[in-house]
Design a protein around this ligand. Sequence first.
Ligand SMILES: *Cc1c(COP(=O)(O)O)cnc(C)c1O
Length: 371
Amino acid sequence: MTPKKIPYLSFDGIHDPIAKELKAAASNVIDSNWFVLGQEVRSFEEAFANYTGCRYAVGVASGLDALIISLKCLGIGPGHEVLVASNAYIACWNAIHAVGATIVPLEPDPNSLNIDVNLIESKITDKTKAIMPVHLYGRICEMPAIMEIAKQNDLFVIEDNAQAQGASFRNKKSASWGHINATSFYPGKNLGALGDAGIITTDDKDLAELAAALRNYGSKEKYLNEYIGMNSRLDEMQAAFLNVKLKYIDAWNKERLQIANWYSQLLANQPRLKIPSFHNDNSYIGHIYLVRCKQRDQLQDYLKEKGIQTLIHYPTPPFRQKAYDFLKINPNDYPIADELSNTCLSLPIYPGLSYEDVDYISKTVIAFFGD
Ligand SMILES: *Cc1c(COP(=O)(O)O)cnc(C)c1O
């Protein structure tokens, strides 16, 4: 038997079946002689707005830029506090810092690993301006509760939808709950471009117009600059690819969820391994299948020896990153995020990963524990 080689992520099952469509889309853009902010971008903005159930969508260059521009649109800046999960991805923290606002970290719920809704109110001060729920690992946050707290306290909500394209809470899609929301299309996301891309969604016409100006030098009309904006335009090539790929996102999410269910069946009842708990109601879209165990590093090495690549999301929480030393955060205040970073391991999950491979990975995990 040849030894197995299973990468953490493979694009073969995603791009091979639609290679013709992707190549045709690229050809069209080349032939069009129009490369930035054109028909492909407009049609993707419309399609993605439709898909999420939002009125407006504004394409930008990345997920980080989508977060930064969203915060700017709400007028969030120096003197304002933004609540965000202590275990969020670094981009969320960077966006809040980039606009000059103060990062206020909150521990995640130990089960959902998303921002603990019960902690939000204790962190609200008269400087608090917004909550940034991050739908980590493909699971949507408890949006109805978050929106209610925001309403009671007169706060804005900016969803970070980088890891949950297509997820929904009671049939309302992610990136349609907050006042203005950010999605990334980094290639490894469930819906990914073939390069960098992002989008902002909102139901508010004024916010959408401001976002469209801010991504393009603060200009609504060529050479007239109303604001000091940035260059964060979505290009035609990426929008063309996304127009092709958007048609498949629901099928891909379904396949990922199937894989997550296989893992959960095969890995159940391992006392030393904590598997994720999720519902099959589209509140989780299988972006990351994250298991937790005390011997995480040894398990990762063991899997690697057996040809299975895994990743760690994330090995260092933002408050322990050198970049945030200046905040002088006491890590002891964030034991859940800390423990998570020491115990979490992400198993391969992507469209095209076969049951046979999931079975092999699961059996190898079980063999590591020796029972
Ligand atoms: C990927 C990601 C981002 C950043 O997106 P980019 O497009 O890489 O800038 C932001 N937040 C989360 C949670 C992410 O996973």
